[in-house]
Ligand binder design. Structure first.
Ligand code: ADP
Ligand code: F6P
Length: 472
C-alpha cells in the first residue's frame, strides 16, 4: 500500500501537544490518516545516536531519531536557527554563518537520509518539511532513493539580494532541484524563488511553471498553509465559556481585550507591538481604563543568544508600560511566558476584541487564522495584521499595518477599539469565507495531489493541477 511519510525536524510529541505552526498543521493534516512521521526525537546524545525509535499512536507511526550533541548544536542552534532563520526572515545582520555549522547541517541531513532510506518502501510518498531539511532530498537521491519527494518551506523564501548574502546559497538552492515538487507559502515566496532561478542561476521558468537550472528541473508552486477552520470554531465555542477562558472574560470587568499569542521570537515584532500599546495609551488617554492587553509569548530556542536578548527586552517593555499606566486596580499589559492548550487559546481569542498579529516577517502565521476562526460571527473581534505575514495575502479585510510604523499600529488599535459592529461583521465574514474554503485540508490535499501529478515518473513537467499552484 502507498504510504505517506512526513519528515520534519520537530515531530509533535503527542496528538494533543503543540510545537509551533508546522506541528499544528501537520497534526491536523494527519488526523486519522495512515501515515509515518519521521524526525528528531527531541533528545541529544553524547555518543552515536542509537537506532530509530518507533511509537505507534492510532493511525500514526512516529519514527524518532536522536542526534549527537556536537552535530545538533551546529545543525539546529547554528545553521538552522542562527543562519537560515534570520536570513530567510530578512534579518541579514543577525545571521552568523560559519563553515562548521554548515558542515554539521549537512551531516545531520545525511544521517536523516541514511536512516530514512532504510525504512522506505519504493512506493512511499515522502513529504519533507522546512528549512532544517532542505538538503535531505538530495541526500536521499544520492542513496538511490527514487520515491516521489516533495518539499514544503514553512518560512519565507527571501529575495535574491538577501539570499545571496549566504555564502552557500547556490548549494542550498541547487538542493531544491532534487525534489519533484517544492511548495512555498505565498505567491511572493514563489516569485522570490523564480527571481533567484532567473537572475542568479541563469535558469528559466517554463510556461507550465517548472523551474529549470543547474541542468535539472523542479516543479514549484505555492500552497498557503491553514488551520482546521471548523474544528477551531467548534473548540472556541466550547472553551470560551468554561475554565480559564471564562475566568479571563470575567476578569475584564467590561474592558476590551487585546490579545497576542506567539512563540517568543524576534521575527514576531513583539517589542514594536508593545511600543504601539505604549503609544496608544500615551496619546489616547480615553483607552487607559477601557482596554487590557494579554500577550502570551512562549519561550522558544532558548539556547540561541538572540532569543535570550529579545526575552529580556520584552520583560522590560511590559514592566515599563505597567509602571507608567497601571493603577492600583488594573494593569494594562498581562504578559505571560507559557504555553496553553490550543483549545484554551481559541477560547481566549473568542473573548478578545482585537487580535494583534504584527510580525516583522512571517511565512504564514497560523495565529491570525486561528483568531478569525474562533470569533463569534454575531459579534466578532478585529484582526490587526502585519502586511509582512503570509496571511495578509489572504486575509485582506483585516486591518493591515506596517509593524515598523508604531504610530500606524497605534492608530489601527484606536480604530479597532471603536469599530462599529456592522463593519466588524463585514470584515470578519470575508475572512471567514476565505478560511472555510482554504483550510488545512485544502492545503495538504492540494500539495499531495500536485506531488502525485509531478511524481518521480514525470520527466517533462505537466500543467499544474492545484488551484493554488498558478504561477504569478
Ligand atoms: P510559528 O510557526 O512561527 O510558531 P504560527 O503562528 O504559524 O508561528 O504557529 C504557531 C502555532 O503555535 C499556532 O498554532 C499557535 O496556536 C501555537 N502557539 C503559539 N503560542 C502558543 C502557546 N503559548 N501555547 C500553545 N500554543 C501556542
Ligand atoms: O513554523 C516554523 C517553525 O520553525 C517550525 O519549523 C518549527 O517546528 C516551529 O517553528 C517551532 O520551532 P522549533 O522547532 O525550533 O521549536
Amino acid at each position: 500500500m502507498e504510504r505517506l511519510v512526513i519528515v520534519s525536524n520537530r515531530v509533535a510529541s503527542s496528538l494533543r501537544a503543540d510545537e509551533g505552526g508546522l506541528a499544528t498543521a501537520i497534526r491536523a493534516a494527519l488526523h486519522r490518516r495512515e501515515a509515518m512521521w519521521f524526525g528528531w526525537s527531541g533528545a541529544v546524545t553524547e555518543g552515536d545516536p542509537g537506532p530509530v525509535r518507533t511509537e505507534v499512536e492510532g493511525a500514526l507511526t512516529r519514527l524518532l531519531l536522536d542526534v549527537r550533541r556536537e552535530d545538533f548544536d551546529g545543525y539546529y542552534l547554528g545553521f538552522s536557527n542562527r543562519v537560515l532563520w534570520p536570513l530567510f526572515h530578512y534579518r541579514v545582520n543577525l545571521a552568523e554563518y560559519d563553515r562548521d555549522a554548515w558542515a554539521a547541517y549537512r551531516r545531520v541531513n545525511d544521517l536523516f537520509a541514511e536512516r530514512l532510506a532504510a525504512v522506505l518502501s519504493p512506493d512511499d510518498t515522502v513529504w519533507i518539511h522546512d528549512y532544517h531539511l532542505i538538503p535531505l532530498g538530495a541526500a536521499l537521491r544520492r542513496l538511490g532513493v527514487g520515491n516521489r519527494l516533495g518539499f514544503f518551506l514553512h518560512i519565507p523564501f527571501p529575495g535574491p539580494d538577501v539570499l545571496t548574502t549566504l555564502p552557500v546559497h547556490e548549494a542550498l538552492v541547487r538542493a531544491l532541484f532534487s525534489y519533484d515538487l517544492v511548495g512555498f507559502q505565498t505567491d511572493r515566496d514563489l516569485q522570490a524563488f523564480a527571481d533567484y532561478v532567473v537572475r542568479e542561476a541563469d535558469g528559466l521558468i517554463s510556461a507550465d511553471g517548472a523551474a529549470h537550472a543547474f541542468g535539472q528541473q523542479v516543479q514549484a508552486a505555492y500552497f498557503p498553509i491553514s488551520v482546521d477552520t471548523r474544528a477551531v470554531a467548534a473548540h472556541a465555542v466550547r472553551t470560551a465559556g468554561t475554565g480559564v477562558a471564562a475566568r479571563l472574560r470575567n476578569s475584564l470587568s467590561g474592558r476590551k481585550l487585546i490579545i497576542g499569542v506567539d512563540r517568543l521570537d524576534y521575527t514576531k515584532g513583539l517589542v514594536r507591538r508593545l511600543a504601539a500599546i505604549d503609544r496608544l495609551l500615551e496619546t489616547r488617554p480615553q483607552h487607559r481604563r477601557a482596554m487590557v492587553m494579554l500577550q502570551i509569548a512562549s519561550p522558544s530556542r532558548e539556547d540561541v543568544p538572540e532569543y535570550q536578548q529579545i526575552r529580556a527586552e520584552l520583560d522590560s517593555w511590559a514592566g515599563r508600560i505597567n509602571g507608567r499606566f497601571g493603577e492600583p486596580d488594573m494593569i494594562p499589559v498581562r504578559y505571560l511566558n507559557r504555553r496553553f492548550r490550543q483549545d484554551t487559546l481559541f477560547g481566549f481569542y473568542r473573548a478578545s476584541r482585537i487580535g494583534m498579529v504584527t510580525p516583522l516577517r512571517d511565512g504564514m502565521n497560523l495565529v491570525a487564522k486561528e483568531f478569525v476562526a474562533s470569533q463569534d460571527t454575531e459579534d466578532p473581534g478585529v484582526l490587526i495584521l502585519s502586511r509582512f505575514a503570509g496571511a495578509a495575502r489572504e486575509l485582506e479585510t483585516a486591518l493591515i499595518v506596517n509593524p515598523f510604523d508604531v504610530d500606524q499600529v497605534a492608530d489601527a488599535l484606536d480604530r479597532a477599539l471603536a469599530m462599529p459592529l456592522e463593519e466588524r461583521r463585514e470584515r470578519h465574514a470575508a475572512m471567514m469565507a476565505q478560511l472555510e474554503v482554504h483550510d488545512v485540508h485544502a492545503w495538504w490535499t492540494s500539495f499531495l495531489r500536485a506531488l502525485e501529478a509531478f511524481g518521480a515518473s514525470s520527466v517533462a513537467a505537466r500543467p499544474i493541477v492545484s488551484e493554488y499552484a498558478a504561477w504569478h
